[in-house]
Design a protein around this ligand. Structure first.
Ligand code: NAD
Length: 355
């Protein structure tokens, strides 16, 4: 066996119902005295509860999905002006993404430590990947400065996440796991994390959909989402992430819903050429095949089906094919052609069953 696996240095605290105390302890460990709290308007009440006892220098709620460069610029300026010495982000991937944009190399306050309190299942908190959008183009990169110093997971903070968003976000996490099985730097450690992630998410998501106010399903989801993100950070972006990345930037589509729609099509596309991965995914779902496992989960939770429902124009299919083909790694199990990518996008746009 030969492989090299990088494990990212990060403290992870699971503290259901106890985020305020756990976050105070993390901020205390950093010795921070001027905390910039980043949370979108919809996350304000959660951030209030989490930061009540902290030395807050600044609250910042100017959060936009996919982090437009102008939004990043305003947040960096605000951090510098307030002389912030730590960042606390309370919210979904967009909020975490803005904290990363403030801390990344090239920012006037590069290197500010981040304490992340995730309230969706996006998983950005466990990766050293940043993303910025300029016009129609989303750029991502790797920078260890953006890896949060600590994560505090408190499932009670996700109880307000509507079921529809919980489902989409949960399937985004499943996508991290599935794509990690064949992404360019996949290795046995990533695949073990991804398989355990799928099992946690496949147990948690139906529980959340059936009983949104229940805490145990939400806890399973955060556990699965964390494993998913660690696997993804190490394995890198495979075909699925490349497709979603191009579509998200080009048509300003909602991130989690785009992942939820595209995933079954990519699984159907790659599974026949990656039997080992497919078997692993099937086992993690407790299903006969990878595809039936994912299909069963999607049915149980009423998953998003069609890109047309989320604002992608029909002529966008032709527009997206070339950039998607250019982005998909050569190591992808099934070879891509203009024809098979067009067919995949058409099916995902229409909401057809995967071919
Ligand atoms: P999001 O952060 O935009 O959240 C969706 C909506 O839900 C927002 O309006 C948000 O305010 C609201 N919300 C969040 N938590 C809530 C809660 N508990 N209760 C009520 N409302 C709540 O969406 P997302 O899917 O979490 O994140 C998407 C972004 O994250 C994208 O920009 C994506 O590129 C990025 N992302 C980055 C990485 C990475 O490794 N860099 C990984 C995954 C996602």
């Amino acid at each position: 066996m030969k492989f090299t696996h990088d494990t990212l240095p990060q403290r992870v605290v699971f503290a259901s119902g106890e985020a305020p105390a756990a976050v105070a302890a993390e901020i205390g460990r950093l010795g921070a005295k001027r905390v910039m709290v980043i949370a979108a308007a919809a996350e304000a009440a959660l951030a209030d509860a989490v930061s009540a006892s902290l030395p807050v220098a600044l609250r910042h709620d100017d959060v936009v999905m996919h982090v437009p460069v102008a939004v990043a610029g305003r947040a960096r300026e605000a951090a510098a002006k307030a002389a912030a010495d730590a960042l606390l982000c309370v919210g979904g991937g967009s909020t975490t993404g803005l904290a990363k944009a403030v801390a990344m190399t090239g920012s006037p306050v590069a290197g500010l430590p981040i304490v992340a309190v995730p309230t969706t299942y996006a998983g950005s908190e466990a990766t050293n990947v940043w993303g910025l959008t300029e016009g129609e183009t989303k750029t991502t990169g790797v920078d260890d400065k953006v890896l949060p110093h600590s994560i505090v997971y408190d499932a009670s903070l996700t109880l307000t996440l509507p079921v529809e968003m919980s489902v989409a976000s949960g399937l985004n996490a499943v996508a991290h796991c599935v794509d990690s099985m064949w992404a360019p730097r996949t290795d046995p450690i990533n695949r073990a994390l991804a398989a355990e992630g799928i099992s946690g998410l496949a147990a948690g998501l139906p529980a959340v959909a059936a009983e949104p106010a229940g805490i145990e399903g939400r806890e399973q989801m955060l556990y699965g989402a964390y494993l998913a993100a660690v696997a993804f950070a190490s394995a890198g972006s495979g075909m699925h992430h490349k497709i979603c990345h191009v579509l998200g930037g080009m048509f300003n589509l909602p991130h989690a819903q785009t992942h939820a729609v595209v995933l079954p099509h990519v699984l159907a596309f790659n599974a026949p050429s990656a039997p080992g991965a497919a078997e692993r995914i099937a086992r993690a779902f407790g299903a006969d095949t990878a595809r039936s496992g994912l299909a069963g989960l999607r049915r149980a939770v009423g998953a998003p089906r069609a890109l047309r429902d989320y604002g992608m124009p029909e002529d966008g299919i032709a527009k997206a094919v070339a950039p998607i083909m250019a982005a998909i790694p050569d190591s992808n199990p099934t070879a891509v052609t203009e024809r098979n990518i067009t067919a995949l996008l058409r099916a995902a746009w229409d909401g057809d069953e995967p071919a």
